[in-house]
Design a protein around this ligand. Structure first.
Ligand code: ARG
Length: 657
């Protein structure tokens, strides 16, 4: 049961007499920041007072006179300028906690109107190794799926693999020119990655070569401008100030182009000595065009390239599957871009026939209200685009699953694409399902720039997982060595815990960020035992089980009689109990804007509240046996809530760590 919805229900009727938009008023009901002000606070009387031209305190008093909170609240007060402070009824709290203890769902109700939701997440471009940029979509999408399912919704997960793009032109080209057939036979996955990276390297070389003259020209132009400005005479003080500012900014720009030039030259001098690479550079001057041609040939159904693609795909899938298995992530479907290829011409024709798209400069464009540039669905040369595939995907998903909602968990840099896509879908007639981009920011390095390896390459996801687990292993061993021999974990247990803590820490660090912001990647922070981290929350769980081991309490032997004796008299007991009852509230709040950080934050606060309880309310040394048993129950509900909450984030727990 959600406490907040229960209270809102009681206020709904009364508030509807004051304002048409009751939901807006009810939204002003919030958990109190300070227990002095009770458990919940309703702040709508101020706004209503203004609107009705009446003193807010008077409005608040009137609302309280009319509302019936019997059985839920035992104290209702008007405070300050017109806050309504509510204190939950102790008997109600006890009764609800008892229900939660006895319930496998921990008192969390399933949605009364379940929705069908498609989640498009992870969706990497295969044929190249997954990198740090894929972590966010993968873990955010997975946790939203888990939360939605737990709340009773029907979720269909679909990994919209990029299995049809230029990267295949790259490996086809690479395979034809650079593959080592022995390596490919014995171990195809690493060989394909090597080929991909090698082609990428050659293409980068030529791109960088193209940057050289551009940078030189830019530098020249900026220097000229600076000279001009330096010799110009200012009319007055104001202009002089302005000039000085421009000079400063020009100097900064010049410095930036200079440091880019230095980096570029460094790069060239490094690759200069690589004789084999230089030979390939000479022989593959046209690699960029050739790669596009290989891609085009694949798309046209060329038999050689099609059969290569069919040969490569299982290996590419195997490569990403390894990572998904480690992260315990599953998809219901993996309809990649290639799945839609045969539908694209039909979609384009339909747009044309229904005058939804027009030709402009040879390309077929969908013009959309509110957007400067149109959405192109077919290029002049007949090629289809990312957006064409996404339109086909919408049609397919609608026909196959008829969802109420489609979530796209994709990087914020694609926001423009999705805004246009959703608007085009509307124009096409898909007004009903709600399309929503769950966008997110970038993973940054400690230098404040997008996270890269020291040599400037993207960071491979697999190496990242390995490193997180290794670091966790070091920490686990460190802690373990300080324990008494009889309490120590075995070698295998240490590895197992390191895996759970390392991967959990990594996921949690990502999920605990507001998804819209960039965040700085740090192994040290994500594995810290104190603070808003997975290890801290996981440790609270293990701590409960430590208490159970010492006190020989078996939560599976919980009897009705035991539960009926639950008692929450101590302040810290009551506070922990109310926090536990807010689990459903937190889950529902996650789904308002699809923000898993609401759940991590809840679990962090729950763990903190548990620490306070543990400090103030001795469990093993409780005054009476009954009190001890009652506290065991509260510990147990805490552990189960943590376990469930973390599992909804895709994070595991261990009883000993
Ligand atoms: N493969 C794309 C990329 O790596 C993401 C696909 C997201 N989903 C979609 N339906 N467009 O950028």
């Amino acid at each position: 049961m959600s406490l907040i919805s229960e209270i809102k229900c009681r206020f709904e009727d009364v508030l509807s007499h004051y304002h048409d938009d009751v939901a807006k008023l009810l939204d002003m009901l919030k958990p109190s920041q300070d227990e002095k002000f009770g458990d919940y606070q309703l702040n709508c009387a101020m706004a209503l007072g203004k609107q009705l031209r009446r003193p807010p305190r008077e409005v608040a008093t009137e609302i309280l006179e009319k509302v019936n909170l019997e059985g839920i609240c035992e104290k209702m007060e008007v405070a300050g300028p017109g806050f309504i402070n509510l204190t939950l009824d102790q008997r109600f709290v006890v009764a609800e906690v008892k229900k939660a203890i006895a319930d496998n769902r921990l008192g969390v109700q399933a949605a009364s109107e379940p929705k069908t939701v498609v989640i498009d997440f992870s969706s990497p471009n295969v044929a190249k190794p997954m990198h740090v940029g894929h972590i966010r979509s993968t873990v955010i999408g997975d946790s939203l799926c888990r939360v939605l399912r737990f709340l009773g919704h029907q979720v269909i997960t679909d990994n919209h693999l990029g299995d049809w793009g230029t990267q295949f032109g790259m490996i086809i080209y690479g395979y034809k020119h650079f593959s080592n057939s022995e390596d490919y036979q014995t171990n195809p996955v690493p060989e394909l990655s090597r080929i991909y990276r090698y082609v990428r390297r050659l293409m980068d070389y030529f791109e960088k070569q193209g940057q050289r003259p551009k940078l030189q020209n830019e530098h020249k132009a900026l220097t000229l401008k600076l000279e001009e400005l330096n010799s110009a005479e200012a009319k007055d003080a104001k202009e002089e100030k302005k000039q000085a500012k421009s000079i400063r900014s020009l100097r900064n720009k010049i410095a930036a182009t200079e440091s880019m030039t230095v980096a570029l030259e460094e790069y060239f001098s490094l690759v200069q000595d690589d004789a084999d690479f230089q030979l390939d550079v000479k022989e593959h001057q046209n690699i960029a065009t050739a790669v596009l041609e290989e891609t085009a040939r694949l798309h046209e159904g060329d038999s050689e390239n099609t059969s290569l693609w069919q040969q490569f795909m299982p290996h590419c899938r195997e490569e990403i599957q390894r990572i998904y298995s480690r992260l315990n992530i599953e998809f219901d479907h993996e309809f990649g871009e290639s799945h839609y290829h045969s539908m694209l011409q039909g979609i384009v024709d339909e747009f044309k026939e229904n005058h939804l798209a027009e030709e402009s400069e040879g390309a077929l464009c969908v013009f959309l209200d509110g957007f400067e540039a149109p959405m192109i669905i077919q290029k002049r040369d007949g090629a289809f685009l990312y957006s064409t595939t996404d339109l086909a995907t919408i049609r397919f998903r609608m026909k196959t699953w008829d969802p109420d909602l489609v979530l796209y968990v994709v990087d914020h840099r694609q926001s423009d694409h999705f805004e246009k896509l959703f608007s085009a879908a509307k124009k096409w007639g898909y007004t009903e399902p709600r399309f929503f981009q769950v966008s997110f920011g970038t993973v940054m390095g400690e230098d404040g720039k997008p996270y890269k390896t020291r040599s400037g390459d993207t960071v491979g996801l697999e190496g990242l997982l390995d490193h997180a687990v290794e670091e966790a292993h070091r920490l686990v061993q460190g802690v373990n060595q300080k324990r008494k021999p009889e309490d120590q974990l075995s070698k295998d247990e240490c590895f197992d815990v390191a895996n759970v803590v390392g991967l959990g820490g990594l996921k949690y660090a990502d999920l605990s960020q507001h998804r819209g912001s960039d965040y700085v990647f740090s192994y040290e922070k994500m594995l810290a035992l104190k603070g808003d981290t997975a290890p801290y929350v996981q440790y609270s769980y293990a701590r409960v089980h430590g208490i159970f081991r010492k006190g020989k309490f078996d939560p599976n032997q919980r009897t009705e009689e035991l539960v009926s004796n639950l008692n929450l008299e101590a302040i810290a007991e009551r506070a922990l109990a109310i926090k536990l009852l807010r689990f459903e509230e937190a889950l529902q709040e996650v789904l308002i804007e699809y923000k898993p950080n609401i759940l991590t934050n809840y679990l962090f606060e729950l763990s903190q509240q548990f620490a306070v309880f543990f400090e103030q309310c001795p469990v093993l040394k409780a005054d009476t046996e009954q009190q001890k048993q009652s506290r065991f129950l509260l510990c147990d509900l805490t552990a189960r809530t943590i376990e469930k909450g973390l599992s909804l984030l895709g994070i595991e727990v261990r009883k000993k760590m």
